[in-house]
Design a protein around this ligand. Structure first.
Ligand code: KG4
Ligand code: ZN
Length: 343
């Protein structure tokens, strides 16, 4: 079984080809950082045009790496939402055209399920597992029961963690994309010099909030200006430590709930772009050990958007017979916990 996955829902155009032996046969990711850098964020119209220019080239290159032709593919999967709809449409139309022309099964993958299932390809993880999904557009805690069933335990009431990382980097003018820039600079900073509020910490439940933290960083920057490089590093370190502290607090509640509901569940999985964060990975590994759970995270290159995760999620769906028709509509919004209802 060989499945191709196409990703174009945000600012990465990507194509991955995997097989059921969990081997990556081909993978190409093209990040549009240069297109968006001068705007300090992703511009949807520019993203859609850039996807259109690159997608054929990337598919050809992934197939060259994998040494496969269309006749060797068992199915074609695409991230059909959620995301910036112009980009999602580029991927969806391309995948549909290939599926139609080559008579291949077409699989509409939820982009978030791509992140959610990635760790099952790189490690042996059984259902059910507890998932922290932290990306640019999303911040949620879910119990994953199957490739098609997700139970939401909590989520952000305002911004995502990734958005907060990106905004803080923009405010500090330390580079684009923001998350990796904050991660790098925080490593040189003192997290204790500045104290920031910890939104939601200690509250019941598993929800997050990051907009107040963003505002607090804005006020701190105004107060300290002009900023030295060390000031910037200390602010990054304080911000990152606060985000991690809040995530740990929310996860502790989620682990309790998860254990009550799924006594057989063993794994805590973290996924999505922010799961590339070095300090977060270290903190969650420790938390999982304290709570008697096994910590798993995909390798950093498979945490941020890529085609392999879409191909793998497509393969998991294909194995269950979950194939879609070519009239499947691309979706700007598509909550993970509605997956089993809509299919
Ligand atoms: O999953 P992803 O590639 O795209 C979405 O689906 O949103 O996540 C992108 C997000 C961005 O906000 C980016 O700043 C953040 O992941 N990110 C990081 C790191 N690497 C990427 N955040 C913190 N630390 C990192 N090392
Ligand atoms: Zn993503």
């Amino acid at each position: 079984m060989i499945v191709m996955g196409i990703e174009s829902s945000c600012d990465e155009t990507a194509c991955g080809i995997v097989n059921e032996k969990k081997e990556i046969l081909g993978s190409v990711v093209w990040s549009q950082y240069d297109e968006h850098r001068r705007f300090g964020g992703v511009v949807p119209e520019i993203a859609a045009r850039a996807h259109l220019e690159q997608i054929d080239i990337l598919i050809t290159e992934a197939m060259r790496q994998a040494n496969v032709g269309f006749q060797d593919l068992s199915a074609i999967a695409v991230a059909a939402g959620p995301g910036l709809i112009g980009g999602v449409l580029v991927g969806a139309m391309t995948a549909k055209a290939i599926a139609w022309a080559r008579q291949l099964p077409f699989i509409a993958v939820n982009h978030l399920s791509g992140h959610a299932l990635m760790a099952r390809m790189t490690e042996d993880i059984e259902f059910p597992y507890l998932l922290l999904l932290v990306s640019g557009g999303h911040c949620q805690i879910l119990a994953v029961e199957s490739p098609n069933v997700y139970v939401k335990l909590g989520g952000t009431v305002d911004d995502s963690a990734g958005e907060a990382f990106d905004k803080v980097a923009k405010m500090l003018d330390i580079g684009y994309p923001g998350g990796p820039a904050v991660d790098r600079l925080a490593a040189q900073g003192n997290p204790k010099r500045f104290v920031l509020p910890k939104p939601m910490k200690g509250r019941p439940g598993c929800d997050f909030s990051f907009s107040g933290l963003k505002t607090a960083v804005r006020m701190l920057i105004d107060k300290q200006a002009p900023l030295s490089q060390q000031d910037k590093a200390d602010i990054c370190a304080a911000f990152q430590a606060t985000v991690i502290c809040v995530i740990e607090d929310r996860l502790k509640h989620a682990i309790k709930l998860f254990k009550q509901r799924y006594p057989q569940g063993k794994h805590l999985v973290v996924s999505g772009g922010v799961a590339a964060n070095t300090a977060l990975r270290a903190a969650l590994k420790q938390l999982a050990a304290q709570q008697g759970m096994i910590f798993s995270a995909p390798p950093v290159s498979l945490c941020t958007d890529n085609g392999v995760m879409i191909a793998w999620a497509g393969l998991e769906r294909f194995r269950l017979g979950l194939v879609d028709t070519l009239d499947f509509k691309a979706r700007p919004r598509w909550p993970l916990d509605s997956l089993s209802e809509t299919n």
